[in-house]
Design a protein around this ligand. Structure first.
Ligand SMILES: Cc1cc2nc3c(=O)[nH]c(=O)nc-3n(C[C@H](O)[C@H](O)[C@H](O)COP(=O)(O)OP(=O)(O)OC[C@H]3O[C@@H](n4cnc5c(N)ncnc54)[C@H](O)[C@@H]3O)c2cc1C
Length: 434
């Protein structure tokens, strides 16, 4: 069987490895335009902060791909002929397939801010290796940067810039930082934490216009509060969307709506063509179509698809949501439904009076449905199990310590937390960036 995978991110790489595990004679080609080898995108910030080399970002030794007999091709797929079953790389070489897997990831959202199209230099995203190169080359000549978009990627870029001594203004359109994921209570101390790190974070303030200097480099940003900020770099981190624009130019593009349309087997309407990871728009009979822009799901898609390429009908079931990250030094673990919980959900919120440490337990109809934990490390598998088992929130409170993870630093003192019970009704549900 000839399997061609377009994209060598976590979805594509895991699919390739899972195909090899299943079929020792498969002919596997994985094509990536961004880098020669799969790297950990979530660790990009550590390369920017000089804590890891680019090579350190690669989870596998390079010879592993050779040993696994996975043909890693560097180049951009520029065309697809479905009737000939071929894809073309960089307008030249073609590769034929029995099964084709699109794993082309996500790209940055851009909005029509006045003046932005005229800027030739200084506007960056923080998604790809090329973005990292660009950020690094601009940093030494940047005194102040403006970052727009109050989500996870935005705060990571802010942290990197502060690490390099760049003054940063962080424009967050929403009334508090990342309302799609964290509550106002947590956002209050995350915001204070950012300010302690010298970040000029502005809430409910957005960019309205961009100016550039004589060389075309960004020079000023205007905001909705009427302020004008001098800057030499502008980070646009206003969420991501499936990276499908280029695919629309192909002779035979896959079916595209917001992402590549697939069914519960991650298969397009052509049974030989699949789409996985951030680019897949999944349609099942379980509810509305959805796109998952998270690492762990992309990995699961890849592994599952290796089965479906061989005719199995293994349906993808959306897992209980889990993510973990850091807001500067503040640890963050989230499980299940929190800010996008169903109407009528309640939250038990516990906060340490002095430390940046909080626990949010969201429950609905007497059962726990989600957790947001800040300032301490947690075993997400235990939290997921409690959601799955529909545990009573009061029972969970008595067991909470069992899910705490940070034994090596001494457990965060849960007994000192102060409890409040809040409705989860007044959240700005429609706001937020990914
Ligand atoms: C800075 C940052 C931090 C993040 N942190 C987290 C986190 O903490 N937790 C979390 O769950 N998720 C996080 N994410 C999201 C996570 O990285 C993505 O969900 C995941 O990488 C998606 O994997 P993928 O394989 O679908 O796509 P990608 O990793 O985007 O890989 C797709 C690859 O395909 C290539 N490609 C695209 N088109 C073509 C073409 N035509 N020809 C050849 N190659 C092509 C792309 O260049 C890319 O290399 C973060 C993302 C970023 C940018």
């Amino acid at each position: 069987m000839k399997v061609v995978i377009v994209g060598n991110g976590v979805a594509g790489a895991n699919c390739a490895l899972a195909v090899r595990q299943r079929d020792s004679s498969a002919d596997i080609t994985m094509i990536g335009g961004e880098t020669d080898y799969f790297f950990s995108r979530t660790a990009l910030m550590y390369a920017y902060m000089d804590m890891m080399s680019r090579r350190d970002l690669e989870p596998f030794e390079r010879h592993a791909w050779q040993r696994q007999r996975i043909n890693c091709v560097r180049g951009w797929v520029t065309d697809h002929d479905a009737s000939a079953r071929t894809v073309t790389v960089d307008g030249a070489k073609t590769y034929d397939y029995d099964r084709l897997v699109y794993a082309v990831g996500a790209s940055a959202n851009m909005f029509g801010w006045e003046g932005i199209d005229d800027v030739k230099k200084g506007v960056v995203h923080f998604i790809s290796m090329q973005d990292l190169d660009e950020c690094e080359s601009l940093t030494p000549s940047t005194r102040r940067a403006v970052v727009v978009g109050g989500g996870l990627i935005g705060i990571e870029l802010v942290e990197c810039l502060r690490f390099h001594g760049v003054e940063v203004t962080f424009l967050v359109r929403e009334p508090w930082y990342w309302p799609m994921a964290i509550g106002e209570e947590e956002a209050d101390f995350v915001t204070r934490h950012m300010r302690d790190h010298g970040v000029d974070i502005r809430l409910s303030e957005e960019m309205t216009k961009v100016e550039h200097d004589a060389e075309g480099r960004v020079s000023r940003v205007h905001t909705s509060a009427g302020d004008v900020i001098d800057c030499q770099m502008l980070g646009v981190c206003a969420g991501v969307r499936p990276n499908v624009a280029r695919l629309k130019e192909f002779r035979d593009p896959p079916p595209i709506d917001r992402g590549i349309v697939v069914n519960e087997f991650l298969q397009t309407e052509d049974p030989n063509i699949f789409a996985i990871g951030d680019c897949a728009q999944i349609h099942t009979d379980e509810g509305d179509p959805y796109i998952e822009s998270i690492w762990y799901s992309a990995k699961r898609h890849g592994i599952l698809t290796a089965r479906n390429l061989y005719g199995e009908r293994a349906a993808y079931r959306r897992p209980i949501f889990f993510n973990s990250s850091k807001f500067f030094e503040v640890e963050y673990t989230t499980v299940g439904d929190v800010m996008l919980a169903p109407e009528g959900s309640q939250t038990i919120y516990l906060k340490h009076p002095k430390r940046d440490l909080s626990v949010r337990i969201v429950h609905h109809d007497g059962a726990v449905i989600g957790f947001n934990m800040l300032g301490s490390r947690w075993d997400h598998e235990i939290l997921e199990r409690w959601v799955q088992e529909r545990r009573d929130p009061e029972w969970v409170l008595t067991k909470l310590r069992a899910a705490q993870y940070d034994v090596e630093f001494g457990r965060a003192p849960l007994r000192d937390l102060v409890r409040s019970d809040l409705p989860l009704t007044d959240q700005p549900r429609s706001l937020g960036a990914a």
